[in-house]
Design a protein around this ligand. Structure first.
Ligand code: KIV
Ligand code: ZN
Length: 390
């Protein structure tokens, strides 16, 4: 299927290695179960040379979910690759993911190696990894700041050495969509059917999702991403945003994934409970306000027909329901609906009085809670009843 895009989830690796996100082995196993349910194609479970815990996590995840492709990260050297292979020794579908930086800035300051040395090490690493696993992925770290001719040379060489997937990360989130699309298009043409071109985008400029989508439009067929977009610094491309964009705008983005979108919200919630923070309230798809409406005009439109202000059905991503937030911008319709939901049937006169008191209260606050609305309703109903008996 030419438009099938593979989702390589790195929540448990790139995500986990960012501040406030470290996870224990049982936590990784619990999340891995959710990611499998979500339908990710490849699950990167850790960087085994980094710690005993990462080695154990990769081992445990690959044993427990033996039908899933499980990846382990390794730098392009013998010790890392052997450690990754050891963590994957019981895996039925192991992938060794080896990487080395290819940009001149990384070569000069970090690796202190020549381009030829890096190319030789990449090829040797892929050959060694292939002696342990059929499925080897090579990543050219900082690909977007690498000389494109050299990037093409190294990409061809690692494929020749046995890599099946070539990942071209925007490691520092520097690229912009058109530019990234052009780079990826060039590498897709250069590699043809010999390997899958993969993308891995960081969000330093807030462009990780846009860049990933531009890359897929240019022929990439694997996206590396994380739930809630967690990852180094500003994070990685958010899995939920990419997948739901493909689904919602399939007219323009005719790509398919195997993600069961109904599990998105619970995966996001489980991750938030596991690490030290959740998505920001206005985060697309999974944020607290992603399906909340406060403005009166919006609430009125929404109550008449949901699609006037919602392009995604909340149930399709596992969000239980949309929310009408009652605040100073809310209208009479929404207030009446809330009163009904709270079990009150108000007359027009009662609603008018309630609305006046409600707006006066809402003016002084950031939002009005149900208990406060109920108290106001009792006040209004009580006064009207007394007035009627006098
Ligand atoms: O951002 C990056 O370049 C990475 C690689 C290790 C794939 O995380
Ligand atoms: Zn990364």
């Amino acid at each position: 299927m030419p438009n099938r895009v593979y989702i390589f989830d790195t929540t448990l690796r790139d995500g986990e290695q960012s501040p406030g996100c470290s996870m224990t082995v049982p936590e990784k196993l619990r999340l891995a179960r959710k990611l499998v349910e979500l339908g990710v194609d490849i699950l990167e479970a850790g960087f085994p040379i980094a710690s005993e815990g990462d080695h154990e996590a990769v081992d445990a995840v690959s044993r427990e979910f033996s039908w899933v492709q499980v990846a382990a990260l390794a730098r392009s050297n013998r010790a890392d690759i052997e450690r990754a292979a050891s963590a994957l020794q019981h895996a039925r579908r192991p992938r060794i993911h080896t990487f080395i930086a290819t940009s001149d800035i990384h070569l000069k300051y970090k690796l202190k190696k020549s381009r030829q040395q890096v190319l030789d090490e990449a090829v040797t690493a892929v050959e060694l990894a292939r002696s342990y696993a059929d499925d080897v992925e090579f990543s050219a770290e900082d690909a977007t700041r690498t000389d494109p001719d050299y990037l093409e040379q190294i990409s061809r060489a690692v494929v020749e050495a046995g890599a099946r997937t070539v990942n071209l990360p925007d490691t520092v989130g520097f690229s912009v969509p058109q530019e990234y699309g052009e780079l990826i298009g060039r590498m897709v043409r250069a590699l043809g059917d010999s390997a899958i071109v993969s993308v891995h985008c960081h969000d330093d400029l807030g462009l990780a999702v846009a860049n990933s989508i531009a890359a897929v439009q240019a022929g990439a067929r694997q996206i590396e991403c994380t739930v809630n977009g967690i990852g180094e610094r500003a994070g990685n491309a958010a899995l939920e945003e990419i997948v739901v964009a493909f689904k919602t705008r399939n007219d323009r983005l005719p790509f398919e994934t195997k993600i069961v979108t109904e599990h998105i919200y619970s995966a996001s919630q489980m991750l938030a409970e596991t690490i030290t923070f959740g998505p920001q309230p206005n985060k697309a798809i999974v944020g607290e306000n992603a399906f909340a409406h406060e403005a009166g005009i919006h609430q009125d439109g929404y109550l008449k027909e949901r699609t006037t202000y919602e392009i995604i059905d909340p149930h399709s991503v596992g969000v239980p329901q949309s929310k009408l937030v009652l605040g100073k911008h809310s209208g009479r319709h929404a207030l009446n609906k809330r009163a009904e939901d709270l079990g009150f049937k108000l007359s027009k006169d009662e609603l008018d009085t309630l609305y006046h008191r409600f707006t006066a209260l809402a003016d002084r606050k950031k939002g009005v809670r149900n208990e406060e609305i109920v108290a106001l309703i009792h006040e209004v109903i009580g006064e009207k009843a007394t007035a009627a008996t006098e």
